[in-house]
Every structure is written in C-alpha cells, then in structure tokens.
Design a protein around this ligand. Sequence first.
Ligand SMILES: O=P(O)(O)OC[C@H]1O[C@H](O)[C@H](O)[C@@H](O)[C@@H]1O
Length: 279
Amino acid sequence: MTVVTMVEYGQLPAVRLTAPDGAQATVALFGAHLLSWKTAEGKEHLFCSAKSALDGSKAIRGGVPVIFPQFNARGDGPRHGFARTSTWRLAGSGGEDGRVWAEFVLAPADLAAPVAQAWPHAFELRLRFTLGGPALDLLCTVQNTGTQPFPFGVALHTYFEVGQLEAAAIEGLQHCRYTDHLMATLEQQEPVLRFTEKTDRLYQAPPALTLRTAGGALRLEQQGYSEWVVWNPGAADAAALADMADDEYLRFVCIEPARVDQQQLAPGAQWVGRHRISN
Ligand SMILES: O=P(O)(O)OC[C@H]1O[C@H](O)[C@H](O)[C@@H](O)[C@@H]1O
C-alpha cells in the first residue's frame, strides 16, 4: 500500500510519501524541497544542517534545493533563483507498480508579488518525485505558457549524507572537463574525485556517476541537464555560513544535475530534466 500524508517538518508543511517497500520521502511545500529520503531499510541518504532554517524565512540548508530560474549569480535575480524560497502547490499524488509519487507545481500566481514583478514570465515549473525499490526519480519540467521566450537555468542541489567526507569518492569524472571556483577550465586526471579541500566544480556532464561512501554507493543518472556541479565548502567557507555548523561540511557532498547557463525557452515549449538516484 502506498501512503501520502501531510506532516510538519520543523515549522514547514510537508508531504510524506511511503512506498509499499517502506521507502520514505518528505517534501516541504516551501521550495518543493526534498528534506529526507530513506530507502526501505531505513537508511537516510540526504544531509540537512542542524542549523538550517525550517520556517520559510530563508532557503533550507540541505536536502534537495530546487534552483530556478538561475544558477548561482548567472542571472539578474536572487542567487540560485526564487524557486527554493517560494511555496509550491501539491498538484497530484498516487501509486503504481510498487512505487509512490507526488508532483509539485510553481507558476507566477504562486509567487510573492515582488518576485513575480521582477521575473514577469509565463512559466510552469513542475517537479515529480517517484520512489520505491532502490530508486528515487526526480522529473523536472519547465513549460513556457506564454507568447514570449524566456531564459532559465535549473539545478537540483542535492546534499548527500556521506558520514565521513574523507571516505567519499565520486567515480565517472575521469577525463571530464570542468570549471573550478577560480574559473579555470581543467580536465580531471584522477580516476576518482576525493574531497581534501574546498571543491566547487562545474563538469560538462557525463550521464552517470557513482558516489561511494563509508556506508555504501549510489548511482546518479541524468538526462536533459548539461552539467554536474560538485560542491563541498571546506572548513573556511563552512565556518562563514551562518546556517551550517563548523564541522558539518565533513558530512556531505553536493552533486547537482544542472543547466547552469540561462538558455531560452520558446513560447509553448517544454524542457524536461530527469534525474535518478539508486543504490
Ligand atoms: O549558499 P548557497 O546559496 O546555497 O550556495 C551554495 C553553493 O551552491 C553551488 O553548489 C555553487 O556552486 C557554490 O558556489 C555555492 O556556494
């Protein structure tokens, strides 16, 4: 039996999905933000900071922030866009084939007035979470519902719980080109990426990666996006973040399917991004 219920997470209303095998996901309406994903054996795969705001006053530090319509400062609006700080609607939910799903939607009428005025485009952003079995699927669609093109970037800024950063390794990036935080473009020589210092890289996307941790491995796949962003702030940047404890950077890595540059979407057109996380 699949179950979809409303719960409170911190002070945020959230949707909890439970699959027939016991896998569970919790998604806040604020940001359509996935806060927790547990596979059937009860293992939590996402990190969320103990210092994160959970009251809608600012973006959540952890889980899966939805980045739209701009990545970081690559646009004129707020850093990483407004989707992560807007309240979405639950558009539907259900169960089939042993899995459970819920879909969230954000459109101009859902935005705070100043946000809608600053980004006056006719769009519909949808995010569907489907879980059960070893996989979590995140289906993101952007629809241009108007008569003028608009530009957008998008990303799923997933914070994976890794337990011990020193044991975390990403496979699948050897010989891939990336841009680092100093804007140097390089090619990765190492077969495996490990985290020994601040890491903030935009990789031209190979379709699949493997994240290995002390506790197991996750396979990450994407279609429709153009980059993988890999981020860990390191000690100094973590200490400067008010919503992260100084040593919490040792517990997570962010691996993000992304379309970092704002590209145009024609009137009536739809963009689709698929992301699957499985173990
Ligand atoms: O602090 P935030 O706005 O959530 O951004 C957190 C991080 O997001 C991305 O991964 C960027 O590549 C980083 O440069 C940035 O520091």
